[in-house]
Design a binder for this molecule. Structure first.
Ligand SMILES: N[C@@H]1[C@@H](O)[C@H](O)[C@@H](COP(=O)(O)O)O[C@@H]1O
Length: 247
C-alpha cells in the first residue's frame, strides 16, 4: 500500500484529481470506477476544472459507479445517479456512464448484468473509493464473509445514521443498496482510496495495520498490488509517519 498524506481536504482532493487526470491522459479510453459520498466531491470539482481548461477529455471514458440505493428513484436528489450528474457527469463530455439500477424489478438479474457489463468493458482500470467509519467500501458492510460480486445489501444502523445527514430523518434513508462486491472492487487494476477527517482515522488505521477481516471490509485492500491511500492529516492521525509519504 502506498500512502500519501496531504495537509487538508483541498490538497487531498487535488492530489487525487491529478492521479485520475494522469490516467486519462495516458489512456483516454480508461474504464473508471467511481464513488459517491462527500469525500470525492472536491476531486470531482477539480476534474471538472481540468476538463474546462482542456487538460483532460472524457469522450472515450466508460465509468461504473460502486453502488446505488435500492428503491430510490433516480430523480430523487439523494440518489447516487443524481449525485454523479450534479458533481461530474453534467459538467464533462462523458457519454458512457453506468450505475447499478436500484429500481430494477429483478435485482438479482441486475446485479449479474452489472458485473457482466464491467467485464465486457475490459474491467475497471482505476477505482476511486471513500471509506465508511466502520471500514465499509462501496456498500460492503462489515459481515462474516467478503462478498465477491455485485449484490443487494442491507445497510447497517451506523451507515443509515451516518447517511441520515443528507435526508430529512433517518427514517427516510433507504435501508438497502445495490453494491459492487469486494471481489469486484479487488479486480480493479488500480485503486485510489480517499479519506478526510478525524472520524475516518480509526477505519484507516485498521485498513492499514489490522487483520484482513470482513468485519473491516477495506482491510482486504492490503492484498491488492496497486493501492494508493490519499489522506488528509486528520484521517492519517493514527498512522505511523514512517509508513507514509508527506505531500
Ligand atoms: N456508499 C458510500 C461510500 O461509497 C462512501 O465511501 C461512504 C463514506 O461517505 P463520506 O465520504 O460522505 O464520508 O458513504 C457511503 O456509504
Amino acid at each position: 500500500m502506498k500512502i500519501l498524506v496531504c495537509k487538508n481536504y483541498d490538497e487531498m482532493s487535488e492530489r487525487a484529481a491529478r492521479i485520475f487526470a494522469a490516467q486519462l491522459i495516458l489512456k483516454p479510453d480508461t474504464v473508471l470506477g467511481l464513488a459517491t459520498g462527500s469525500t470525492p466531491e472536491g476531486m470531482y470539482a477539480s476534474l471538472v476544472e481540468k476538463y474546462n481548461e482542456g487538460k483532460i477529455d472524457f469522450s472515450e471514458v466508460t465509468s461504473f459507479n460502486l453502488d446505488e440505493y435500492y428503491n430510490l428513484p433516480k430523480e430523487n436528489d439523494q440518489s447516487y445517479d443524481y449525485f454523479m450528474k450534479k458533481h461530474l457527469f453534467n459538467h464533462v463530455n462523458i457519454k458512457n456512464y453506468n450505475l447499478p439500477n436500484g429500481m430494477a424489478e429483478d435485482v438479482e438479474k441486475e446485479c449479474k448484468d452489472y458485473e457482466a457489463k464491467i467485464d465486457a468493458a475490459g474491467g475497471i482500470d482505476i477505482q476511486v473509493l471513500g471509506i465508511g467509519q466502520n471500514g465499509h467500501i462501496g456498500f460492503n458492510e462489515p459481515a462474516s464473509a467478503f462478498k465477491k460480486e455485485t449484490h443487494l445489501v442491507e445497510l447497517t444502523e451506523s451507515t443509515i445514521e451516518a447517511n441520515s445527514r443528507f435526508f430529512e430523518s433517518a427514517d427516510e434513508v433507504p435501508k438497502k443498496a445495490v453494491s459492487m462486491g469486494t471481489g469486484t472492487i479487488m479486480k480493479s487494476k488500480k485503486i485510489v482510496l480517499l479519506a478526510s477527517g478525524e472520524a475516518k482515522a480509526d477505519a484507516i488505521a485498521k485498513t492499514v495495520y489490522g487483520d484482513i477481516d470482513p468485519m473491516v471490509p477495506a482491510s482486504i485492500l492490503q492484498l491488492h498490488k496497486d493501492v494508493v491511500l490519499v489522506l488528509d492529516e486528520k484521517a492519517a492521525s493514527k498512522l505511523d509517519p514512517k509508513d507514509y509519504t508527506r505531500m
